[in-house]
Design a binder for this molecule. Structure first.
Ligand code: CA
Length: 378
C-alpha cells in the first residue's frame, strides 16, 4: 500500500492549551484528544500515542498498553488523577488499514466523492440518539455532547472498537478530534476534503474552517490518501481528491462489490463485543459518569438553602448527571441570590473542583456578612 498524508493540530480560538495529540508516521496514524485538569489532558493524549508508537503487537494490544500506561501514571501523580484521552488510530498492515477506536474522535472515508463515517462516538448523546431520544441534529448541539462513555485512563477494563478497512486506490481517510467535527458539519468536511487535492492542504483547510466557525476547542486533522493498493494506482489528482474513476482507467475496481460497507467488523468478535456491550451498558455509563461527571462540582440550591453538588447542573433527557446532594449549607438561597453575581444559583454555579465549590460558598458567606443589599447574615 502506498500512502501520502498531511496533518495539522491547532489550539483553536478559546482554549489555553492544546490537549490534542496526533501521529502521522507511516504506517501509523492517530488522533488523541486528552481530558483532565492541569496538564492531565496533554499528558494523557501524548502518552497514549507515545506508547502506541513504541510498541509492537496487535493494535488492540497497543491500545490496552496505552490505557495501562495512562492509568499507571495517573495513579502515581495526584496532579494527573482523572486524566483520560480518546484514541482513534489506523495502522497500515499489508493491504489493509487496521483501525482501533475509543471515544469521540472520528475516522471518515472519502470514496467516490462520498463521505462515510467509520467510527461511532462513545458519548452519552450518541447513546440517546441510538435509543431514539435525541435526533442526530439535536445531538450535534447538545450541551452534554462531550460527555464520554468510554475513554483511555478511566478503567483497567477497556472496550476497544476495531475494524479492518480494505481501501481502494483513490480513497482518502480523515482522523479528527471533536474540535473539528463539532465545529463544522459533515457536508463542509466533505467539501473541503474533495476540493483540496494535497492532503496537507486539506488538513490545513479543515483546521482553518473550524477556527472560522469559532474554534471553541482544540482542532486536529490527519488526512491520508491511498495512492496504491495491491499494485493498483490511479492518477495523482484523482487519488488526492477521491473523485470517482471513469471506467477504462488503470484502476481495477473493487474486489469488494460496491455495496458492502468498506469497514468489516470482525464477525465473531463483533458479536462478543455486542454481548459485552449489552451487559455493561449500565455499568459503563456508570463508570463514565463516575469519571467524567463526578469530577465536576457546582453550587446550587436545595430546600431554600445553598447546597454543594457533585456532577453537572443540567441532565440530558432522563440521564441524571448529578449525584444526590453532597452537603447543605446554612446560607439561605433567597439572600444569596440578591447579589447579582449569584443570581444564577438556581441553575447551578459550576466550579472547577470541590475546593473551588467550597470557596464559592465561602465567598457567598462573606458577601452575606459584609455590607450587603440586605444584611441577611445567619
Ligand atoms: Ca476536544
Amino acid at each position: 500500500m502506498k500512502l501520502r498524508f498531511g496533518a495539522r493540530s491547532d489550539i483553536g480560538r478559546v482554549r489555553k492549551g492544546n490537549e490534542d495529540s496526533f501521529t502521522a508516521a507511516e504506517p501509523l496514524f492517530a488522533v488523541a484528544d486528552g481530558m483532565g485538569g492541569h496538564q492531565g489532558g496533554e499528558v494523557a493524549s501524548s502518552l497514549a500515542l507515545e506508547t502506541i508508537g513504541k510498541g509492537a503487537g496487535t493494535l488492540e494490544g497497543l491500545v490496552r498498553e496505552a490505557n495501562a500506561a495512562i492509568n499507571q501514571q495517573a495513579a502515581g501523580d495526584p496532579g494527573l488523577a482523572g486524566m483520560g484521552t480518546t484514541l482513534t488510530v489506523m495502522r497500515a498492515e499489508g493491504e489493509v488499514l487496521r483501525m482501533a477506536h475509543v471515544g469521540d474522535s472520528r475516522a471518515y472515508m472519502l470514496r467516490g466523492g462520498h463521505l462515510q463515517r467509520l467510527t461511532k462516538d462513545h458519548t452519552v448523546v450518541e447513546r440517546l440518539v441510538e435509543e431514539g431520544k435525541l435526533t442526530p441534529q439535536e445531538a450535534e448541539i447538545h450541551p452534554q455532547r462531550n460527555i464520554l462513555t468510554r475513554a483511555l485512563g478511566v478503567d483497567e477494563l477497556l472496550q476497544v472498537d476495531q475494524a479492518a478497512i480494505e481501501p481502494h486506490a483513490g480513497d482518502r481517510l480523515l482522523l479528527c478530534s471533536d474540535g473539528l467535527h463539532g465545529m463544522i458539519d459533515e457536508e463542509r468536511i466533505r467539501g473541503i476534503l474533495f476540493e483540496n487535492a494535497d492532503p496537507q492542504a486539506a488538513a490545513d483547510a479543515l483546521v482553518a474552517a473550524a477556527n472560522e466557525a469559532g474554534g471553541q476547542d482544540n482542532i486536529t486533522a490527519v488526512v491520508i490518501d491511498v495512492l496504491e493498493v495491491d499494485g493498483q494506482t490511479i492518477p495523482d489528482t484523482a487519488a488526492a481528491a477521491g473523485t470517482p474513476q471513469a471506467s477504462g482507467t488503470d484502476v481495477e475496481r473493487p474486489r469488494l462489490a460496491a455495496t458492502p460497507p468498506p469497514v468489516r467488523r470482525r464477525g465473531r468478535r463483533a458479536l462478543v463485543w455486542l454481548a459485552i456491550a449489552l451487559i455493561v451498558i449500565g455499568g459503563g455509563l456508570w463508570a463514565a459518569k463516575a469519571m467524567w461527571v463526578d469530577n465536576q462540582f457546582y453550587v446550587g440550591e436545595a430546600n431554600g438553602n445553598v447546597a454543594l453538588y457533585r456532577g453537572i447542573p443540567a441532565a440530558p433527557l432522563g440521564f441524571e448527571l448529578s449525584t444526590p446532594l453532597q452537603e447543605f449549607t446554612d446560607l439561605p438561597a433567597a439572600e444569596v441570590t440578591r447579589f447579582p453575581e449569584y443570581q444564577d444559583l438556581g441553575d447551578g454555579i459550576t466550579a472547577s473542583s470541590e475546593e473551588d465549590a467550597r470557596a464559592i460558598v465561602e465567598q457567598m458567606r462573606a458577601a452575606l456578612l459584609g455590607p450587603a443589599p440586605e444584611p441577611g447574615a445567619p
